[in-house]
Design a protein around this ligand. Structure first.
Ligand SMILES: C[S@@+](CC[C@H](N)C(=O)[O-])C[C@H]1O[C@@H](n2cnc3c(N)ncnc32)[C@H](O)[C@@H]1O
Length: 463
């Protein structure tokens, strides 16, 4: 329990005893504080605290938390401009309160007086009454001078692009012609894309079933299993969701299983598997190719994410050899039997999916790139050993950083004489591969406003 959680529980009793009883605003303060203190990602914080509000308040909680993260570069500049002195670290909770107040005033329909009153009240709930006057004054000033303040700050790249300055610089350095499109797409709400389980139903039939229920959808251009929903719905409204007919998955992510195209009798490894979206798709794909006897091993480092893989597979009605281990520590998990195909969806900066993980705008640092490159380098080097001769390894990231993508592969090929790059449709000749752009090795996809996420793929074969 961190300092904020302690403060909060001492004010309101045991956290567990408050399930469903706290206001979305109180819980949002807790979530944003923890993100600011680098205590975990938005998704882990929400998973941890979502049950603290009643279920009818979950959408409001998500709107506040996603909204503050999405607008963080702007809100942060405004807040720092308004404060004579930044808050000390022990008062990070007050900073979260301020960001939430500014978010409500700027982006939500909350009446101004209610937003200000709630923000001031939040200081009292935190037992920091000393801050009520300050908070009141700061927000009232913002109400009066918002247009002028925004005009002054608009000259800062982080405010103009609503993106951390270092990320704008990197995107501009690597992809100058795509900068605007990347920023625009990264700042939008992603569309809802679903994956049809082709072993159970065709995309056309499922599209008709959706239409009968009044749910409009459109086929994805690149993934034959993808449908975009015109309006997002709850998964429970998707026919056959519980029976595994359909899953929620971005179109670019769906390409993994189509590229690897696993078949009957093959032994396949999903080396960085959680939450198991692609694990399930690999099994669906093999089943669609006939009665499956594909043997799938899924390795994942984080023990707390294992349950998610299992529950995803259980819903789809499949099983796999799911192992909790570091994929680069072969002694810990490999039985010495070679794999025909490997999916290596490595941990990465996730800079192609900022719109789904907007806390990246707060937490991601330039140094993360170098650290991740080293981890990825070790995983691919070790996992390559487990691939049989003539076998295929698909390297994938949801990153836009060349260091993690084409440069990583460049380094690997330069040091691994039995590895060669092959065309992305080598295993699925009918697969359209005109997505994204070709780079020195593999293809780079950029996030598109109403379409797929940012991704990178390169297919390798062992000589
Ligand atoms: C990009 S995500 C994988 C997403 C997954 N393939 C899917 O489609 O649902 C990367 C995963 O790799 C895991 N991971 C990180 N380092 C690892 C390692 N050394 N060995 C195995 N898994 C690792 C992370 O915990 C994370 O769950």
């Amino acid at each position: 329990m961190n300092q904020y959680d302690k403060t909060f529980s001492s004010n309101t009793g045991q956290l567990g005893a408050n399930h469903g009883q706290q206001s979305p605003r109180q819980v949002a303060v807790k979530v944003i504080t923890n993100i600011l203190l680098q205590q975990g990602s938005l998704s882990t914080q929400l998973a941890r605290h979502q049950l603290d509000v009643a279920s009818e308040h979950t959408p409001m909680l998500k709107e506040l938390c996603f909204g503050v993260c999405r607008q963080f570069p702007r809100l942060n500049s405004i807040a720092l401009h308004l404060l004579a002195h930044p808050f000390e670290e022990k008062d990070t909770d007050l900073y979260a309160v301020l960001l939430l107040g500014l978010y409500q005033l700027t982006y939500m329909n909350t009446p101004d007086h209610a937003a200000v009153n709630e923000t001031v009240e939040a200081c009292r709930i935190l037992k920091k009454d000393w801050a009520t006057k300050l908070m009141n004054a700061v927000l009232r000033r913002y109400q009066r001078e918002a247009d002028d303040i925004v005009e002054i700050l608009e000259a800062q790249p982080s405010v103009e692009f609503n993106m951390p300055k270092w990320l704008v610089k990197r995107f501009n350095k690597h992809w100058p012609e795509h900068l605007e499109a990347i920023i625009d797409a990264s700042n939008t709400h992603p569309p809802m894309c679903i994956r049809i389980n082709e072993s159970l139903v065709s995309r056309e039939t499922y599209k008709t079933q959706l239409a009968d229920l009044g749910i409009d959808s459109e086929e994805g251009e690149f993934s034959e299993s993808a449908l975009y929903l015109r309006n997002a719905v709850r998964v429970g409204e998707l026919p056959g969701f519980d029976a595994g007919y359909v899953s929620v998955q971005d179109e670019a992510a769906q390409l993994s299983a189509h590229i690897l195209s696993p078949k009957n009798g093959e032994k396949v490894l999903d080396a960085c598997a959680a939450p198991g979206g692609k694990t399930g798709h690999l099994l669906e794909k093999a089943n669609a190719s006939g009665l499956s006897s594909m043997e799938l091993t899924a390795v994942e480092l984080e023990s707390w994410r294992m349950e998610k893989i299992e529950s995803n597979l259980a819903r789809l009605g499949y099983s796999a050899n799911v192992i909790c281990a570091d994929a680069s520590d072969l002694k810990a998990w490999w039985d010495g039997e070679y794999f025909d195909k490997i999916l290596l969806d490595v941990p990465c900066t996730a800079t192609g999916v900022i719109r789904r993980n907007p806390d990246i705008k707060i937490n991601r640092k330039p140094a993360d790139i170098d650290e991740l490159v080293i981890i990825q380098r070790e995983i691919i080097k070790q996992v390559w050993t487990t691939l049989k001769q003539g076998g295929f390894l698909l390297y994938a990231t949801c990153s836009l950083m060349p260091e993690e993508n084409e440069q990583q592969i460049q380094h690997f090929l330069a040091n691994q004489s039995d590895a060669k790059e092959v065309a992305l449709n080598s295993l699925a000749p009918s697969l359209v591969t005109e997505w994204g752009i070709p780079v020195s090795h593999g293809r780079q996809l950029f996030p598109t406003a109403n379409g797929h996420d940012g991704f990178y793929y390169c297919l390798l074969q062992k000589a």
